[in-house]
Design a protein around this ligand. Structure first.
Ligand SMILES: *Cc1c(COP(=O)(O)O)cnc(C)c1O
Length: 344
């Protein structure tokens, strides 16, 4: 067996040679003093791409989201989020632990909340109630299998928030996948939101880093909250340099990942004992059910691993596969051969 095919996540992508060169040659300074020219360039470029005034470089998407929540809210306020959203589901209770805010979840359909249900969840002015300070959106939606939330839905939910004086944050970890699938610039996806977080370290293959973007004054307050969380970094242009390569040279190829996910999804749909809703295969993920009696998702993942294919179980009978720049069309075909053998 040669190298393994790693379909666990697009976070496993390795930095490109161009990134490593840019990192080695990066001009740097102390970024807490605002003196790292490479970080500044990355922040300006990122802000421009998502159509916001300014941006802040953060080590992780999780810190980016948490800094955003902290900057939009005060302790005791309420945040409306989709029930399966990353911020609610996968960020270690950071809303409560770091910002002291309370979560109000609304169920979604493939990540999209119903604007009427969001409106019903907004608190009216009452001495007993917390204030609804923030509504969070997510696009693409991770736990729904990388589905794209329609722009009209985002706009309608953001409109509800705005009418009630709440801010809107977009968890756009994979905003470039959403933009690619929709055929629009990322600024269009981010437009309904006051702030947006997006990852450099997922499909764009930078080794580390995300950006949080919004209005200039808001980003300066977010910068202080990043410092509070211990995220003030020094000569971090060595990392920002890879982020610049990610934004300038890795966005265009995401369509290839989407085509590979489609090929994978269609192949899986034809394998007895596996079931996939092809309508959910919209970007670089395939989420499928294992329907063979006696075979759990964990067992199938273990057997795939023995055959050189790494995957993640996301439920007792559900497996998620993620395509990315280190997975080729040939790797997809090999994965399908392995699955056909294991399900035979
Ligand atoms: C990965 C992810 C994050 C968090 O990013 P990390 O860099 O892993 O902390 C946030 N939101 C969504 C939707 C994600 O997929």
């Amino acid at each position: 067996m040669s190298r393994s095919i790693d379909l666990r996540s697009d976070t496993v992508t390795l930095p490109t040679d161009a990134m490593r060169r840019a990192m080695a040659e990066a001009e740097v300074g102390d970024d807490v003093y605002g003196e790292d020219p490479t970080v500044r360039r990355l922040e300006e470029l990122g802000a421009e791409m998502v159509g916001k005034e300014a941006a802040l470089f953060v080590p992780t998407g999780t810190m980016g989201n948490q800094v955003a929540v902290m900057t939009h809210t005060r302790r005791g306020e309420e945040v409306i989020l989709e029930a399966d959203s990353h911020i609610f589901f996968y960020e270690v209770g950071g809303l409560a632990a770091l910002s002291g805010v309370q979560a109000r979840t609304v169920p979604g359909r493939r990540g999209a909340m119903d604007p009427g249900q969001v409106e019903a969840a907004v608190r009216e002015d009452n001495i007993h109630f917390p204030r609804t300070a923030l509504v969070c959106l997510e696009n693409t939606h991770n736990r729904s299998g990388g589905t794209v939330v329609p722009l009209e839905n985002m706009a309608a939910v953001a409109d509800v928030a705005r009418r009630h004086g709440a801010a809107v944050h977009l968890d756009g970890a994979r905003i470039f996948n959403a933009a690619t699938a929709l055929g629009v610039p990322p600024s269009k996806v981010a437009a309904p939101a006051d702030s947006v977080m997006f990852a450099l370290s997922k499909g764009l293959a930078a080794p580390v880093g995300s950006l949080v973007a919004g209005r200039r004054e808001w980003v300066e307050r977010a910068r202080k909250n990043r410092k509070l969380l211990g995220g003030g970094m020094r000569q971090v242009g060595v990392l920002a340099a890879a982020g610049i390569v990610a934004l300038t040279s890795m966005v265009g190829r995401l369509a290839e990942d989407h085509a590979n996910a489609r090929r994978l999804g269609e192949g899986i749909a034809s394998i007895p004992g596996l079931a996939v809703d092809l309508e959910t295969v919209q970007t670089n993920m395939v989420s499928f059910e294992v329907n063979k009696p006696g075979l759990t998702a964990l067992e199938l993942v273990a057997r795939m691993g023995e055959q050189g294919v790494k995957a993640n179980a996301t439920g007792s009978s559900r497996i998620r596969l993620v395509t990315h720049k280190d997975v080729s069309a040939a790797d997809v075909d090999e994965t399908l051969r392995v699955l056909r053998r294991l399900l035979a």
